[in-house]
Design a binder for this molecule. Structure first.
Ligand code: PLP
Length: 387
């Protein structure tokens, strides 16, 4: 049976060039970049070149990139490092539709004495900028950081980061964006945007898992979280993951070239066709966040009165890989907190399934998925009515 992989927001297939770059780094350039000898310096040169590739993808200078073990660590560093480096500011502003890496950083900060302000979102999951403006006006001097993601991992909804960043600038407050689901899939010019800190992760754009980083605007001080070494210009201790970084750079080069094409527009049409076909062939479905600007690759479809777990199991048996919101919440019976925050009715939220495409997704795969999905839903619904 063929596998139709529509779970690319969980992770993407590493491109062949990424695997080749990592293989080369592991076999030939495995030395420690901090070593003074020649092979060590060759490894250092590899890390330097990789930083240039990533900076080019992000639209910033190479010195502004700190490599981490991925998006989670990048978010932890940006948030907890920002709070620790500004002891005179005690509040942290974020939204309830953020990834756990941000939400749980907020919870840790709260236990340590910080005050967390959770901004509301509308029915599409877009952050309420008026609420942010009010908070900034009232509390500006207390706020260490505002953190709002660029694109949501569950719904694909795109946040107005430019507006948010400008509001933060007006009030002299630092702004972080978790761009893990954005970078590599959409053009980014972080150096020209009102953004102070930005997180990204290689495995969301055909790079390896365990390699990502943070963009840090010059002048923004962060207290480091990983201590015990002066690597990454003393912002993140620990010997560099040279193979992961090489793979990340290869992925960045490929993504940069791909973003010069109009492939994302073609894939957006494919995603739209997929959604229309599901709506036409299945009763009682809801496309979450359909009323807002979304990433070209994400479709969050709620099947009324079904459990996402049951849908996913049946789809998986038939070769279609998808997921229920955040991959890490799979296995929990509670509906996604993101959909709850958006006010999605429980009868829909329980049955919400995320389908996410990648630049490798083909028309044929979507056609096949469209054969399988309506049959699977019909089967589940008929077994329900038989009970
Ligand atoms: N932020 C968002 C929006 C994500 O989707 C993810 C991964 O699913 C992360 C952060 C965590 O990234 P990583 O898997 O690289 O730790």
């Amino acid at each position: 049976m063929r596998t139709i992989y529509l779970d690319n927001n969980a992770t993407t297939r590493p491109a062949d060039e990424v695997v080749a770059a990592m293989n080369d780094a592991l076999r030939e350039h495995w030395h420690n970049p901090s070593s003074g000898h020649r092979p060590g310096q060759t490894a250092r040169h590899g890390v330097d070149l990789a930083r240039e590739s990533v900076a080019k993808l992000l639209g910033c200078r190479d010195r502004q990139i700190v490599f981490t073990s991925g998006g989670t660590e990048a978010d932890n560093l940006a948030i907890l490092g920002s709070l620790a480096s500004q002891p005179d500011r005690n509040a942290f502003v974020t939204s309830s539709t953020e990834h756990d890496a941000v939400r749980e950083s907020a919870e840790v900060a709260e236990k340590a004495g910080a005050e967390i302000v959770w901004l509301p979102v509308d029915n599409n999951g877009v952050v309420d900028c008026n609420a942010l403006e009010q908070t900034l006006k009232q509390r500006g001097r207390d706020i260490a950081l505002v953190s709002i993601m660029w694109a949501n991992n569950e719904t694909g909804v795109i946040q107005p980061v430019e507006t948010i960043g400008n509001l933060c600038r007006e009030h002299d407050v630092r702004f972080h964006t978790d761009a893990v689901q954005w970078v590599g899939k959409a053009k980014t010019k972080v150096g020209e945007a009102p953004i102070d800190l930005l997180s990204f992760s290689g495995h969301k754009f055909h790079g390896p898992k365990g390699a990502g980083g943070v963009y840090i605007r010059p002048g923004v001080r962060l207290e480091k979280r990983s201590i015990g070494g002066a690597q990454e210009r003393d912002r993140r201790g620990g010997t560099e993951n040279t193979a992961g970084i090489a793979g990340l750079a290869a992925a960045a080069d490929l993504a940069g070239k791909w973003l010069e094409t109009d492939e994302s527009a073609r894939l957006a049409k494919l995603r739209d066709r997929f959604e229309r076909a599901v709506i036409d062939s299945v009763d009682d479905v809801l496309i979450n966040s359909a009323g807002a600007e979304r990433m070209w690759n994400t479709s969050n479809i709620a099947f009324k009165r079904l459990e996402a777990e049951a849908v996913l199991m049946l789809l998986s048996e038939r070769g279609v890989c998808a997921s229920a919101g955040a991959a890490c919440s799979t296995g929990s019976l509670e509906p996604s907190p993101v959909l709850m925050a958006m006010g999605v009715e429980r009868v829909f939220a329980h049955g919400a399934v995320r389908f996410s495409l990648s630049r490798f997704t083909t028309e044929e795969e979507i056609d096949e998925a469209l054969e399988i999905i309506p049959q699977a839903i019909a089967k589940l619904r008929s077994s329900m009515s038989a009970v």
